[in-house]
Design a protein around this ligand. Structure first.
Ligand SMILES: [Zn+2]
Ligand SMILES: [Zn+2]
Length: 139
């Protein structure tokens, strides 16, 4: 968390209580949060926060490379903290936009793809799409 605050300072970005609180909420959540969810979690410690500034602050934190925006749709997306996360993938609900982390997935396909293409694979992103348990029931 300290590095993050240093980075904000270096970019001449004021470390407002709200920005600090947003980073803390994301850090504590340990899962991707939609802006509205983040806002709800922020509310107890930041009663004056409003959703518009939360959106704006998240965009700013994304520009700084501190958070990553996940999701495929302009209406449904979530954010997660980049710092301190192990490599992982995501699964996205196409109905409600909920994003979950996929951890402990075999990475065997990486060497298979390298072999098939003769590329050296430096990095990859994977997002899976479907319907979450709640949205399956609503069908
Ligand atoms: Zn859903
Ligand atoms: Zn992977």
């Amino acid at each position: 968390m300290k590095d993050v605050l240093v980075l904000l300072k270096e970019n001449n970005i004021k470390i407002t209580d709200e920005r600090r609180a947003i980073l803390r909420v994301l850090q504590e959540a340990k899962l991707p949060l939609a802006p509205a969810d983040l806002f709800l979690r922020l509310k107890p410690s930041m009663p004056k926060a409003n959703l518009t500034t939360v959106y704006r602050n998240l965009e700013m934190l994304e520009d700084l490379g501190l958070v990553k925006r996940l999701g495929f749709n302009k209406n449904y997306f979530s954010y997660e903290l980049i710092d301190g996360r192990e490599h992982h993938h995501h699964i996205v609900c196409q109905s409600c936009g909920k994003v979950e982390d996929l951890e402990n997935i075999s990475e065997k396909f990486v060497s298979e793809i390298a072999k098939q293409t003769n590329f050296t694979i430096e990095d990859h992103n994977l997002e899976f799409f479907g319907l979450c348990v709640i949205c399956q029931k609503e069908k």
